[in-house]
Structures are given as C-alpha cells and as structure tokens.
Design a protein around this ligand. Structure first.
Ligand SMILES: Cc1ncc(COP(=O)(O)O)c(C=O)c1O
Length: 384
C-alpha cells in the first residue's frame, strides 16, 4: 500500500535529498547534538534574541498572558494584545492598518490566495519563497515569473500581459533567503505605478535587521509609503513566532473577511504576541551597533570566500556558498559540522538544480574570529 512513498523516499536518499528531523538542544549561539557543541549558523535568529535568556527573563517579569488562544481570531482568539501589536506596527510603518497571522507561511498563502482570483495576474520573482508560490497556486490567478531581480524582464511581462487581466500584483521578497541578495524596491514602485499593480513585499529576513528602526529594506530604501502591503515575520530576527502585514485599510479589511488561514486556524497565544511586542519596543531599538556589526562580519566573510574563488551571492547577513551538486554541499556541510560549525546543506528543490549550497546565516552574537576558518574548510571540502 505504501510502496510508492517508499520508493520516492529511496530515490530522495539516493540523490542526497532526503530530509530528516533532528533533536537539538540550543543555548545562545550554540547547538548541542549528542553532547557535541556547535556554533549555530543555520537559524534565522539573526540578532540572537530567540535564545537569549536575559531577554526572556526580562519579558517574563511583565508577562501575564495566556498560553492558548482557544479559537480563531474571528471568534475569541483576538485579544487586546493583538490589537496593541497591530496598532504599533501600523504606527511604525505609517499604514492604515495591520493584521497578524500565525506564521509567514500562513500570511503569504493567505494573502495571495485571498487577493487574487482567476481573472487576475501576478508577477512573481523567480526566487520568491514557497509560501508565496503556494498562495498563488491556491488563487488560480495567472502567474508570470520574472527572472530573479531582473526588472527589465518584469517590465517586458507587464507590457505584454498586464492589460489582459483585472487586478495585477507584483510580489517580491525584499531580502532573498537563499541568495542573501536584495530587491530594488524603488524600481518596483515605479513599475507598479506605471502598470497599475499592487506591490506586495515580504520582509521576512530583513525585518528587525535592516533600516534605522529595523523595519526592513523598505525603510532602508526609503519607500515604505509607496508599498501597498508589507509582510514581516516575527519568527526570524524578532526571535518569536507569527507574522503580520501592514497596508491600506481596504486590503486589511478584505483579508479579515477572505483570508482562509486567518479565519480557519486557532490564533497563536497571547504570550507570543506580547513577546513580539516586547522585542520590537524594548530590544530591537537597543541593538543598532549589533546590527551594524552583523553586516560588517558578512562583508568580511564574503571577501574571504571570494579570495578563495568560492562563489557567493548577495550582500546581506545571509551568505550562501554555491557548490553545485547536492553531494558537494552535503560533503561540505559534513566537514563543517565535524569542525564545530552547524551549517546544513541546501539542496534542490529548495534551490535550483546544480546550485546546492551551504548557507551561512550569520548572527550578531558571533564574531568574525569565531568563523574565520570557514572559507578554508569549505574550499578544502569542495575540492577533495
Ligand atoms: C521569504 C519568506 N517568507 C515567509 C517565510 C515563512 O515564514 P514563517 O517561518 O514565519 O512561516 C519564510 C520562511 O523561511 C521566508 O523565507
């Protein structure tokens, strides 16, 4: 009865693509597995907040919140704690309204499937996250994928196809999670205005890290006011759980009425929402130096990888080293882990065929000295 699944799993294993769950213990920047200690370079905890006991203890001193919400936000799950965080986000982004979701995956699948219908069209960066693609598939809208960060290609597609459909959405990540590179949001604003489209920007990996107040790339590029819907997540640099979008009142009200992951899932508990609020108001504003240091470490690492002719992309705190075949990435990861660096291989289908990589997700609490041997280790492993 399960033969099909068994043989597919076998094939994944043979192609070095099998995924497994691992039981880990985490303390600060370290991961412990089988009593061995590793530097954690594979999480999205870019500012070291999720594992910071001091932050947690300070939060717990003021925490008087429930651990379960017991229903969807449309029933009794939407406590005042949600309203407080949504008001804060709207004020920070200077948008009419904000809406919190259980996760970035819920947000993107819900937003795309709600805002788009069969009569609509979406222009999607080729490397946008799976949650965006899944939402578009659910919507049944026509999708055109433009070449990654290639805005001439996007314009060509807009020129050719925009007028054949009702609503048009352009959707992009601001900081691409697998390549560490950054979208030109002002160019996208220009195109969305020219072709009468809604611009949706997913700041999942930039929220908390970029911009003078940590609001993301849109803040850094000074175009928050021109973006129709900004999506951010609390599960990465904020060290919490959940996601949000901020935008025009009509869009938010429409989502409250039509967004299925919001309507049909139990809301995440107050305590998580309150923790996100605490981090955004009490922690992030004090981490300006750490955020700057994080980007300096990334730059130094990129320079030293390039000096060994290793291929990297992007310019952010996510530093991918492209190794090609799955088995090369698996081998490099194994050697890095043997040397105390918890760095996992990223393979197809998460990235394109023959672009398997190790992705170094830097953290503000890791200094360059702690990772300086990485380029050498990868270079040796890739060339054995
Ligand atoms: C760009 C992007 N958007 C959304 C998500 C999903 O966010 P979450 O982990 O909160 O579901 C991710 C997850 O890695 C992501 O990389």
């Amino acid at each position: 009865m399960f033969e099909r699944y068994f043989s597919e799993l076998k094939e994944l294993k043979e192609n070095c693509c099998e995924r497994k769950l691992i039981s880990l213990k985490k303390t600060g920047k370290y991961i412990f597995e089988d009593n061995k200690k590793y530097l954690n370079l594979s999480s999205n905890d870019y500012l070291g907040i999720a594992e910071d006991r001091k932050v947690l203890n300070n939060f717990l001193k003021i925490a008087d919140f429930s651990m379960g919400s017991a229903s969807s936000r449309l029933l009794t799950g939407s406590s005042y704690v949600y309203a407080k965080l949504e008001c804060l986000l709207s004020a920070l982004y200077r948008k009419d309204k904000s809406l919190i979701f259980n996760s970035g995956y819920h947000a993107n699948t819900g937003i795309m499937s709600a805002l788009l219908s069969k009569k609509d069209v979406v222009f999607c960066d080729k490397l946008n996250h799976a949650s965006i693609l899944d939402g578009i598939k659910l919507s049944k809208a026509k999708m055109f994928r433009y070449k990654h960060l290639d805005y001439d290609h996007l314009e060509e597609l807009l020129q050719k196809h925009r007028n054949d459909y009702d609503t048009a959405i352009i959707v992009t990540e601001s900081l691409f999670s697998m390549d560490g590179d950054i979208a030109d949001l002002n160019k996208l604003v220009e195109l969305k205005n020219k072709y009468n489209a809604i611009l949706v920007v997913d700041e999942a990996h930039a929220f908390g890290v970029y911009g003078s107040r940590g609001l993301g790339i849109a803040e850094e590029q000074n175009c928050i006011k021109d973006i129709d819907l900004i999506v951010g997540t609390f599960g990465k640099a904020i060290g919490s759980m959940g996601a949000f979008c901020s935008g025009h009142e009509v869009l938010i009200n429409y989502l409250i009425n039509k967004c299925r992951p919001l309507i049909f899932s139990t809301a995440i508990p107050e305590i998580n929402i309150a923790f996100s609020y605490f981090v955004i108001t009490e922690v992030i504003p004090n981490l300006k130096t750490q955020r700057q240091e994080l980007l300096k470490t990334a730059q130094k690492l990129r320079e030293n990888l390039a000096a060994l002719n290793l291929t990297t992309t992007g310019s952010s705190h996510i530093v991918p080293v492209i190794l090609g075949e799955n088995k090369t990435a698996v081998k490099a990861s194994k050697v890095l882990i043997d040397n105390g660096y918890y760095l996992l291989p990223i393979r197809h289908p998460t990235v394109a065929q023959n672009t398997a990589r190790v992705r170094i997700s830097l953290r503000a609490d890791i200094s360059y000295e702690e990772i300086e041997s990485i380029p050498d280790i990868i270079n040796k492993a890739a060339n054995i």
